[in-house]
Design a protein around this ligand. Structure first.
Ligand code: SIN
Ligand code: CO
Length: 386
């Protein structure tokens, strides 16, 4: 599916990370990509993150998945909503919804959460830390959007949900199938199903917190530091007050920390690895036995396309002279020449047709075999599955 009435450049200029936007169905043709029953089935699966939120008068109650199948039979007639995380990992048609939004780089994309709600169901007024495109899939939903919130915004006392206490809407719309609401980080929003069979697809983004970056990078660097790499003061002079930690000592200590964290190239590699770690590793594609390079070569020569594990995160960072490092599922691969070109095409789409002429390229075979062995990649079967 494609967005035909949408200008990505103008959107990025005027709305991305700035202010909400209601986009009335911009699709060439909208088709709801998942049936409610399929979503319910996923919510019963071990390893799939799901939540059920039931409305009881003014109160909301949370139940975490996986849900027993029988739960759907005894929900009663009150409003409820089911939310399932990372549905794109399980349903290719849902994964295809991300494609039109790839004017935002892949490393910023998180997953597609899908919700189903009965009349009046919703998660209540809240704000998220991330940008989101809320695509109305099936049925109708009333969205109310409020002002930007922060850590000072009063919340209602609730054990499980972060609900805004005095939600006041500045925008109020009914979304029909195919309509999209973009909400930047921090903006209050509240969606309530109008009528039954309301499905909403949340294309969610990620933005690392400074705390996550500092903690991860510092820990990574610290692991490589030697025990005897420590503070030294062979130039020490007697100081007037033995109780003082002097400014020069602080400068030297501070520099030790900053120097250890300053290597930009090493940071780039660490970040590539960190960002490519799979959030949900439920789909294990690792073959029972390592795939040999001969097998890879034979299948490439036959023109069999490769497909990426939908749960795998692929990205690359350019180096010098056409070299690049490919990251997939927490592993980094240094690539040049043919393998660099292959790495770029692997990062371009879920399915990759490889030039059969590369069946004799040792670096290409090594890269593909390693990615297959770690479960990030597989050869497609005739029917398009793997
Ligand atoms: C929903 O689909 O009901 C909730 C999505 C959101 O508010 O982020
Ligand atoms: Co939200």
């Amino acid at each position: 599916m494609q967005l035909s009435r949408f200008n990505a450049d103008l959107f990025l200029r005027d709305h991305w990370q700035k202010r909400p936007l209601l986009i009335r169905s911009p699709w060439t043709r909208w088709r709801n990509p998942l049936e409610p029953d399929e979503l319910a089935g996923l919510a019963c699966e071990e390893g799939v993150e799901s939540r059920l939120i039931l409305r009881d008068g003014d109160a909301l109650r949370l139940e975490n998945g996986p849900l027993p199948e029988s739960r759907f039979g005894d929900l009663g007639s009150g409003p409820w909503t089911l939310l399932v995380q990372a549905v794109d990992h399980h349903a290719p048609d849902v994964a295809a919804l991300i494609e039109p939004f790839r004017f935002v780089p892949d490393w910023r994309i998180d997953d597609v959460m899908v919700s189903y709600a009965t009349d009046g169901g919703g998660v209540g007024p809240h704000y998220d830390q991330y940008d989101v495109f809320l695509v109305q899939g099936l049925g109708r939903r009333r969205w109310r959007v409020g002002p930007k919130c922060d850590a000072e915004t009063p919340l209602l006392p609730h054990e499980d949900l972060r609900l805004i206490a005095d939600f006041e809407a500045t925008g109020d719309w009914i979304l029909e199938p195919g309509d999209i609401l973009y909400v930047p980080p921090g903006y209050a929003h509240d969606g309530t199903a109008v009528g039954t069979d309301c499905m909403t697809y949340s294309i969610g983004f990620r933005a690392p917190s400074r705390a996550e970056l500092v903690e991860g990078w510092a820990e990574h660097q610290a692991d490589a530091l030697a025990e005897d790499d420590r503070y030294a003061d062979p130039d020490l002079n007697a100081q007037p007050h033995p109780g003082e930690i002097t400014a020069p000592a602080i400068d030297r200590l501070h520099a030790m920390v900053l120097d250890a964290l300053a290597d930009r190239d090493a940071f780039a590699r660490w970040f590539g690895l960190h960002n490519s770690l799979p959030k949900y590793a439920e789909a294990d594609w690792r073959p029972e036995r390592p795939v040999g390079r001969d097998m890879v070569s034979a299948l490439l020569a036959q023109g069999v396309p490769l497909c990426r594990n939908p749960a795998s995160r692929f990205a690359f960072i350019r180096g010098k002279d056409g070299a690049l490092t490919l990251f997939a599922d927490g592993h980094g691969f240094d690539c040049v020449g043919d393998s660099a070109a292959l790495a770029e095409s692997l990062c371009a789409g879920q399915s990759v047709a490889v030039d059969p002429g590369l069946a004799g390229s040792a670096p290409v075979l090594t890269l593909i075999a390693a990615l297959i062995d770690q479960g990030s990649l597989a050869f497609e079967e005739d029917d398009g599955s793997r």
